[in-house]
Design a protein around this ligand. Structure first.
Ligand SMILES: NC(=O)c1ccc[n+]([C@@H]2O[C@H](COP(=O)([O-])OP(=O)(O)OC[C@H]3O[C@@H](n4cnc5c(N)ncnc54)[C@H](OP(=O)(O)O)[C@@H]3O)[C@@H](O)[C@H]2O)c1
Length: 282
């Protein structure tokens, strides 16, 4: 088997020439530099691993690696030679002003540096229902982030994911009053962070869709039942109460607010399978 490397613009191209019985099969594999903003986080670190395993140059960029999208620090260096930027960063605070400031300032900076570096595909991870749940300060900030991306002129793909299994305890904590957790019994189709990372990786190495791709888990639950199961699996004694008016991070939800609107791509990992994984893996 022979490797032939060449450089075309920003993309290094590698042909693997594989001898077969009747002919030689030529596989054409583009090797890209992708900068993963938030590449040290839950999704980001999984994404860096997946892309690296695929042979790409995946560079994690976050304050922990000397890159800060709020100030612009380290961005020019990190983006040099990159063909794709994937933003899976998150705001350290979900407080209304702080979260809006985070997603707007960091996205403006990132778009500006990405354009200057000649980035050809801007990918960002957002949340299913962002445009529908307008009472939520967090999702208003995500909407503002998305608007900036769609208007910037760089070819883009926005991935809308449903709630991560890994986020269930945070949801429960946010909805807890004393020992009672109040949640609306609406539909939810959560997914494992591993499936999110796989979906984002696929979008990142593909062509820009200049639109939104929805991804969701393989099962639909009632929200209160999902959280009840999640707490029970951890022997957490809180009581979960179904309350149609209970708020989810500041917003009232309707039956299908959290469910993909169209034909979503589906992850494979079921909730019970995820719960049965060793604690360190979840
Ligand atoms: N949670 C859910 O259920 C859910 C559902 C759908 C979509 N999403 C979206 O998924 C995305 C990723 O979430 P996650 O849970 O993977 O996040 P996370 O684990 O909290 O990681 C956040 C990442 O952002 C980085 N970061 C923070 N401030 C930064 C800055 N100023 N400049 C650059 N990077 C910065 C952090 O870097 P350091 O490690 O250096 O601090 C970290 O790598 C979010 O945008 C969220 O909206 C979440």
């Amino acid at each position: 088997m022979t490797d032939v490397m060449a450089t075309r613009g920003r993309t290094r191209v590698c042909w693997l020439v594989v001898p077969t019985e009747s002919a030689r099969t030529v596989l054409h594999v583009g090797i890209m530099k992708l900068v993963i903003i938030g590449g040290t986080g839950l999704i980001g670190s999984k994404l860096v691993t997946r892309l690296t395993e695929q042979g790409h140059e995946a560079v994690p960029a976050s304050p922990n690696t000397g890159v800060n999208t709020l100030t612009g620090e380290g961005l020019a260096d990190a983006l040099q030679g990159a063909s794709v930027v994937v933003d899976v960063s998150n705001s350290p605070s979900f407080e209304e002003t702080a979260v809006m400031e985070f997603f707007t300032t960091s996205t403006r900076n990132l778009l500006e540096y990405a354009a200057a570096a000649g980035v050809r595909h801007y990918v960002a991870l957002s949340v299913v229902g962002t445009e529908r749940i307008t009472d939520s300060p967090y999702l208003r900030a995500k909407s503002a982030q998305e608007r900036l991306i769609t208007r910037a002129g760089i070819p883009y793909s926005i991935v809308h994911a449903t709630q991560f299994f890994e986020f269930i305890m945070r949801i429960a904590d946010e909805a807890t009053d004393g020992t009672t957790v109040r949640l609306p019994p609406v539909l939810i189709q959560p997914m494992a962070a591993d499936d999110v990372a796989t979906a984002v990786a696929k979008v990142a190495v593909g062509p820009p869709v200049n639109g939104t791709v929805e991804v969701a888990g393989p099962q639909v639950f009632r929200f209160d039942e999902l959280i009840r199961q999640g707490l029970a699996a951890r022997n957490d004694g809180r009581t979960v109460v179904a309350d149609p008016h209970a708020q989810y991070f500041g917003a009232e939800l309707s039956e299908r607010s959290l469910i993909p609107a169209g034909d979503a791509r589906r992850g494979n990992i079921r909730f019970e399978e995820w719960l049965n994984q060793p604690v360190l893996q979840r």
